[in-house]
Design a protein around this ligand. Sequence first.
Ligand SMILES: NC(=O)c1ccc[n+]([C@@H]2O[C@H](COP(=O)([O-])OP(=O)(O)OC[C@H]3O[C@@H](n4cnc5c(N)ncnc54)[C@H](OP(=O)(O)O)[C@@H]3O)[C@@H](O)[C@H]2O)c1
Length: 328
Amino acid sequence: MRYVDGVTTKKKISVIGLGAWQFGSREWGYGAAYAASEAPAIVRRAVELGVTFFDTAEVYGFGRSERILGGALNEANAFGTSFVATKIFPVLPVAPVVEQRGVASANRLGVRQIDLYQVHQPNPLIRDTTIMRGMASLQRVGLVSEVGVSNYSLERWQAAEEALGAPVLSNQVEFSLLRPRAETDLLPYAIKNDRLIIAYSPLAQGLLSGRYTREHRPSSRARAANPLFLPGNLDAARPVLNVLRDVAAGHNASPAQIALAWVIRHPNVVAIPGAANVAQLENNVAAADIELTEEEYGALKTASDAFEPTVGPRATVTAILRGGLGRS
Ligand SMILES: NC(=O)c1ccc[n+]([C@@H]2O[C@H](COP(=O)([O-])OP(=O)(O)OC[C@H]3O[C@@H](n4cnc5c(N)ncnc54)[C@H](OP(=O)(O)O)[C@@H]3O)[C@@H](O)[C@H]2O)c1
């Protein structure tokens, strides 16, 4: 395992972490046996392989994910080395609510201190001054070590830091070959200021494994809600998958591993793939050892830059920005 350089934290952060949305969440459709035995086995194996970064949220499985993750880390006696991140879903995030929800998350995880407490989404109506008052008091009493945000623009991340009066360590955003936007502003800010980008859906929810096509689409609710899995977008992603397969062949690796290797080639980044089973987790961890050449990175970047979703809200926005709507 490699660990993230350039970000100062009490515990080291593995470049490949583990996302725990799948644990106990109906929308992934992995079932009760997964929650009861496969998920804890994934955590145990992750610990054995040197993974230190674990991501969950109060909203995942309505607290079940936090309980499963905390229970498994406790059994593995791994709290001392694990960097555990969870998130508050910011509905009415006034300070007393933030404090009470932080305590509830710590209880479900079974920890005295949450290593990273993140705001899951920017609240469109409530400014960060309100939520950061609660975060600051959780830090003061030691229940929270670091504060993070998620799905924040650069401007709003900086506003959150001003409101906290201290660094907001991380911004958790979608970052993959099919969603590389973080490269433009968030990543340069993180690199310049010793902050962390937490790359979620680094495999585009499994699309970058190359297993899904318009004829074979995943049925789970999580992915039914993701426009990337619409037939037109699966077709549009084919050139990216072709380059992934070419590069993978040269490394005796899988396309998913190359997709992860591309994400973590960026400094100040931890990728947090979810896993349906232990074998996937092992495959994902091994991606930390893959070194892409400049040429391979360049070929992947070119394919990534050329990818345009053809259907869904983002495709419409792109078309408007390019003045493409209404053209014959
Ligand atoms: N902050 C936020 O708003 C936010 C949003 C989304 C996610 N997240 C976090 O980010 C984590 C990861 O994102 P994600 O789960 O959305 O997407 P992801 O990590 O890109 O995709 C995970 C899925 O990809 C497939 N997969 C994983 N490893 C594989 C491998 N080696 N080979 C082939 N297929 C593989 C599995 O699905 P199948 O085998 O069923 O195809 C797995 O469930 C989440 O668990 C969560 O912690 C945060």
